[in-house]
Design a protein around this ligand. Structure first.
Ligand SMILES: NC(=O)c1ccc[n+]([C@@H]2O[C@H](COP(=O)([O-])OP(=O)(O)OC[C@H]3O[C@@H](n4cnc5c(N)ncnc54)[C@H](OP(=O)(O)O)[C@@H]3O)[C@@H](O)[C@H]2O)c1
Length: 325
């Protein structure tokens, strides 16, 4: 993506005066998904704030109102806690949402999980996720960033295929842990997975090298996670920023964080057009890559949902995955 940064321009103002969320085809799942999704690790309480049901209802209600239809969660954002909040919030209009969750861990305590990837354990997690989400199907069930030995666990993908046949899972995906994991990406079609989730943002372009070409070759959908570089690319933090002990960013290496925050200041000066919010620019930047279907920024409030949705104003319609009715 040579000179990709310079391609972000203001799209013509929405005909409706509001935000016209755009949609793309999620690779060969053929699902129609909003280019801005909602990441929900935050609902676990590991981002410096614990949540109540009304707060989650307000966040997802705002998303729905804007036409956002994709939610990403996981078994271990709390012990199915994020899923439980989501299940109660979307029960009334479940069919309007594309719900993506994950498997492979057992949550124990804040910042503490163990791997559980034996087929029997995953089957149990699937049942627990269905119960928490108050649904009888999961739209996208993703392998949760485990290593290649776990990926190759005997019988894992055969068991999952049976759950697809049974209608409990609509599509399988792989959330790769290291964003250069071309082994798991290349294996997607073989194991029946149609979507890759990967860290991709202006500070980390590694997937452009091998992962994205493999996704395009296999017609896989791509969820770009951590698109705001854990919030650092929002532009609101300065080098020297610190975080409370109940915020996962407290665990990031301070020197590495400062290096990123200095780079963010440079990017703001050199690449972000005047008058454009940095968070919106950062999301639109991800969305211009031809392999990327959508971004899933973690949202802590309805205001952040609105701010992130506004990134669509910077996104054109010329993307190869643009949804065609
Ligand atoms: N292995 C995996 O599969 C995996 C790993 C990580 C994440 N994920 C998924 O990807 C999602 C996104 O990643 P992430 O949450 O780690 O990182 P992120 O989306 O890059 O950053 C999220 C943080 O940015 C800040 N933020 C969000 N919108 C903003 C806005 N408009 N303006 C200013 N600040 C804003 C919020 O924190 P503050 O307001 O407190 O700064 C929020 O907690 C997760 O929620 C999760 O669903 C999956």
């Amino acid at each position: 993506m040579a000179d990709g940064e310079s391609q972000i321009r203001r799209a013509p103002k929405s005909r409706w005066g509001g935000i016209d969320v755009k949609y793309r085809r999620l690779g060969k799942t053929e699902l129609k998904v909003s280019v801005i999704g909602i990441g929900t690790w935050q609902f676990s309480g590991e981002w410096g704030k614990t949540y109540t049901q009304p707060e989650v209802d307000a966040i997802l209600g705002q998303a729905r109102e804007l036409g956002i239809n994709l939610i990403d969660t996981a078994e271990c954002y709390g012990d199915h806690l994020s899923e439980s909040f989501i299940g109660r919030a979307i029960e009334k209009d479940r069919d309007k949402w594309v719900v993506a969750t994950k498997f492979g861990h057992k949550f124990h305590d804040r910042f503490s999980r163990t791997d559980e990837v034996h087929p029997d354990q995953v089957l149990r997690q699937l049942e627990d996720s269905l119960r928490a989400l108050r649904t009888d199907y999961i739209d996208l069930y993703q392998f949760h960033s485990l290593n290649d030995a776990a990926f190759d666990t005997d019988g894992l993908w055969t068991m999952l295929d049976k759950q697809v046949q049974a209608g409990k899972i609509r599509h399988l995906g792989i959330s790769i842990g290291k964003n250069d994991n071309v082994y798991q990406t290349d294996a997607a079609t073989r194991v029946g997975a149609k979507v890759i989730q990967v860290v991709y943002n202006r500070l980390d372009r590694t997937p452009e090298e091998q992962v994205f070409p493999s996704c395009i070759r296999q017609d896989l959908g791509v969820l770009a996670r951590v698109p705001l570089a854990s919030g650092y690319l929002s532009g609101k933090y300065r080098p020297g920023a610190t975080f409370a002990a109940d915020d996962v960013r407290h665990r990031h290496d301070p020197a590495e964080r400062d290096r990123k925050l200095q780079l963010v200041e440079q990017i703001r000066r050199e690449e972000v057009p005047a008058g454009v919010e940095m968070a919106q620019w950062a999301l639109a930047w991800c969305l211009q890559h031809p392999a990327v279907t959508c971004v899933i920024p973690g949202c802590k409030s309805p205001e952040q949902v609105v701010a992130n949705a506004k990134a669509v104003e910077l996104v054109g319609d010329e993307h190869p995955q643009t949804w065609k009715e």
